[in-house]
Structure formats: structure tokens, C-alpha cells
Design a protein around this ligand. Structure first.
Ligand SMILES: [Zn+2]
Length: 446
């Protein structure tokens, strides 16, 4: 699918003409406007001791290696955004492999380190995950979560339909506590990205800077309340335009009662891998007490709920939960502060609870009442992606709402409640790149 066909299909001929006009205002014939835009994002994040993650098609990196090395030198992470800017959903598994391998070669040739992959148009398939895994990527950033924070009824039917087309294109799932958490699919970590992005708000709905800042701040509030990750996709071509909105979002992240971790996607990936090794050991003690041992690193956020903690200092955390400083401590409770899992429930249930940071133990149905929560799911978590997502979201929602004594690992390091990553796809650096895309995508399909 070439760019013109894609743009007309998703934006309509009128919007495509509008888009062409903006190309000449946002890009230049030199690297200057894009350099300024990239620096705008880098500088805004530096004030928060953080760095952005940019994704770039390898062929574009190959034309601008010095600029990207300079931006990486300021601490920005650079990931792969295809070899050319094409939709992997139109490619066979073999073609995806060949093109990804070709992209890696360009990154290696230009000495650009990379950890992650984001598909153009977030156009991933199950085969893509296999390819990323085989080629040694740490994570992908394609799983789109939709935040329903804009009242579409306020917009004309034409603008609404453009917005809906983007939603469909991005294969977005609804927001839930679980959907906002990264998860392993085999060796690949899937890091969710949030929708609407800058393109949907500015170019599809044509809303103003102040409104965009308010929408992003609203998403931040929701992500904070659910304790998840907000990955914003801000295309650098709109970065200068979006600067006030970005600053409003960063200010909203600072306003929260508990700290929000502003960080790059590779650091999220490294953390989630570290956290995946954490384990719980809970042993009964006399007089309704439980010895809790958290096997984890010093960065872990150990949380206790609805109980008195002995042998450690605690600090108030989210809602009524407390953060526990020690890794070994005692709690008072008539119930074991962990989840009981029936012998018939398959291993995937145990693996899932482990990844979510919840303590669990195998036990029989007769012992169910001794635990904070009991799971008997012989049918497992479902077969299709939709079923899995539904079951997992429901499960996390139930567990997060437990009103019995319970302990768990918070999602983010050092007591942070939520995480925020500012990412951006550098689809083109110059006007020439923008028009070369049309030829490149066409050639990659023949
Ligand atoms: Zn792109």
C-alpha cells in the first residue's frame, strides 16, 4: 500500500490535500526544523531528568545518521520503525523478517543501538512478534490502548469518521488497569501505547493546543488512578506546535500525590524484566500472623493492604495501601494475604499472577476460605487474544479491589504510582524524505 493510497483511504481526498499543505510548514529542505523539533522534546524531558524514545524507519536513519547520533547523544532512545514506512499487515511473515533484518543492518552500520520496534501505523501481526523475537528485540510498542476522553459528539460527522478510521487502523483495545501494563509474549515484552495521539487530535479532530494539553492531562490522571503506563506518541513534526500541550502533560504528571516515573521505553523494558524475577514467600506464624518474604531488588515497590505491618516502617501509598520498606516483615491477618489457586487451574494462571506481582499458592477448594482470594479456572485464560484480554482485565480488576489483607508488588520502581513515556515516530526528517516515502514503500512491495 503506498502513502497516497493509504492517506486517501484513511483521510479522504480533502484531508490528504490539507496534509500536503502542512508538510511544507512542518518540514524543511534541510534538517533544521526537525532538529529543532527533536530538541524541543529532549529539552522538555530533561527538566524532568528523563529522555524520549524516537522510532525511525531505517532508510531515513541511513540518510540522516549524524542528526540521529546527535539526538541519541542527548540521551534519547532510538528504536526501529520499519526499514521503510510500510504496513507489516500487508507483508508475509518471510517479508517481515527480511525487511526487519535489513533495518537492523542499517542501524548497525550507523552504530545506532536499539532495543525496540514500533510498526508504522502500529500495524503488527502475530507473525511480527515471532520475527521480533527471532531477531533479538527486547520489546515492541504497538499494542494500542484507547482512552475515551474526548466527546466525539462535539465534532462534525466528517471529523468523527476520520477519528474512527484511525481507531480501526490502530487495532486499539479499551483502557483497563491490565491493558495499561506491559506484558511478555514469549521473549518479547509488549509495551502498550496510548491513543489518541497527536495526529488524531490535531489533524483529525483539529482541536487547539490548550485542548490537547487538557486531553493528555486527563489521560495522565486516568493512568495514574489505574497505576499503569502512559506512552504518548507525539510525532516530532508536530513537536514545536505541541510544546505547550507537552508541558501541560508533564505538569499534570508532577501534580500527582505519588511520583510518576517519566522514562524511556527501553528503561520500562529493563524494569519489567527485572520485576518479572520477583517472588513471594509467605509462611504462617502463631497468633494469626504471617511471615512475608519478598524476593526482589532494592527498586521494588512492596505494598500491603488492610493489615498491620510489624518489623518494618511503612509509608502511606495509593488510597489506603501502604508501602513497606523491609523485604522481610510480619503481618496480622486471619487469612493468608495471598491468592489461592486450585490444582485444576493451568500453569498460565500462576504465570499470569506472577507477572502481575501478586503472591499465590496452590491449594485445594476446601482451603479456599483461608486466602485473600481464590481462583479456580480449569478452562484457563481463554484462547483468542480478545478472550485473554477480557479474562485478564477482569481478574486484575477483582484483585486490585480486594478488601482483605493482601500484599503485592507495585508496577513501578521506587514507590512510583504510574509511568509516562514520551515517544515519537520520525517518519521523515525533510520534505525530500516525505516524498521519497511514496517511492520507497512502493518499491518495497515489488
Ligand atoms: Zn510512522
Amino acid at each position: 500500500m503506498n502513502l497516497i493510497f493509504f492517506s486517501i483511504r484513511t483521510k479522504g481526498i480533502h484531508n490528504f490535500a490539507r496534509r500536503l499543505a502542512t508538510v511544507f510548514t512542518r518540514f524543511g529542505f534541510t534538517e533544521r526544523p526537525t532538529r529543532r523539533a527533536l530538541r524541543t522534546v529532549v529539552d522538555a524531558l530533561q527538566e524532568h531528568q528523563a529522555a524520549p524514545t524516537f522510532f525511525i524507519p531505517a532508510i531515513v536513519l541511513g540518510r540522516h545518521p549524524a542528526l540521529l547520533a546527535e539526538i541519541a547523544g542527548y540521551g534519547a532512545e532510538i528504536g526501529i520503525h520499519g526499514y521503510v514506512h510500510n504496513d507489516y499487515r500487508t507483508l508475509s511473515s518471510h517479508e517481515q523478517y527480511v525487511q526487519t533484518e535489513k533495518a537492523i543492518k542499517v542501524f548497525r552500520k550507523t552504530n545506532m543501538a536499539f532495543d525496540g520496534f514500533r510498526n508504522p501505523y502500529l500495524g503488527w501481526t502475530e507473525e511480527s512478534l515471532e520475527v521480533f523475537s527471532q531477531l533479538g528485540f527486547t520489546y515492541d510498542s504497538n499494542d494500542a490502548v484507547f482512552h475515551d476522553v474526548v466527546d466525539l459528539n462535539e465534532f462534525s460527522p466528517l471529523l468523527q469518521s476520520g477519528f474512527q478510521k484511525s481507531l480501526k487502523l490502530f487495532q486499539a483495545v479499551s483502557c483497563s488497569t491490565y491493558a495499561l501494563r506491559p506484558y511478555f509474549s514469549g521473549k518479547i515484552l509488549r509495551i502498550p501505547t496510548s491513543i489518541p495521539d497527536d495526529e488524531m487530535l490535531f489533524d483529525r479532530l483539529r482541536i487547539t493546543n490548550a485542548q490537547v494539553g487538557a486531553v493528555w492531562s486527563k489521560v495522565m490522571q486516568r493512568v495514574y488512578d489505574l497505576g499503569g503506563l502512559y506512552t504518548l506518541n507525539l510525532h516530532p513534526e508536530r513537536a514545536t506546535l505541541c510544546k505547550p500541550a507537552l508541558q501541560a502533560l508533564l505538569a499534570a504528571s508532577r501534580r500527582q500525590a505519588l511520583p510518576v516515573w517519566v522514562t524511556s521505553l527501553k528503561d520500562v523494558a529493563a524494569w519489567w524484566k527485572e520485576r518479572s524475577q520477583f517472588r513471594w514467600r509467605i509462611t504462617p506464624q502463631p497468633a494469626n500472623r504471617w511471615l512475608v518474604e519478598a524476593e526482589c531488588t532494592s527498586r521494588a515497590t512492596v505494598v500491603a493492604r488492610n493489615t498491620t505491618v510489624e518489623g518494618s516502617t511503612t509509608t502511606p501509598w495509593f488510597k489506603d495501601d501502604v508501602q513497606v520498606e523491609a523485604r522481610t516483615f510480619t503481618i496480622q491477618s486471619t487469612h493468608c494475604p495471598c491468592i489461592g489457586v486450585s490444582p485444576n487451574s493451568p500453569q498460565e494462571i500462576a504465570d499470569f499472577l506472577c507477572e502481575q506481582g501478586y503472591p499465590f499458592v496452590r491449594c485445594s477448594l476446601e482451603e479456599a476460605q483461608n486466602y485473600a482470594y481464590y481462583l479456580d479456572m480449569p478452562e484457563g485464560l481463554g484462547v483468542t487474544r480478545e478472550e485473554q484480554l477480557q479474562h485478564k482485565s477482569k481478574l486484575v480488576q477483582h484483585i486490585e479491589a480486594l478488601d482483605t489483607p493482601f500484599v503485592y508488588f507495585g508496577c513501578w520502581p521506587n514507590g512510583r504510582r504510574a509511568a509516562l513515556s514520551i515517544s515519537g515516530d520520525i517518519d521523515s526528517v525533510t520534505i525530500q524524505d516525505f516524498f521519497l516515502r511514496i517511492i520507497e514503500v512502493f518499491q518495497s512491495n515489488i
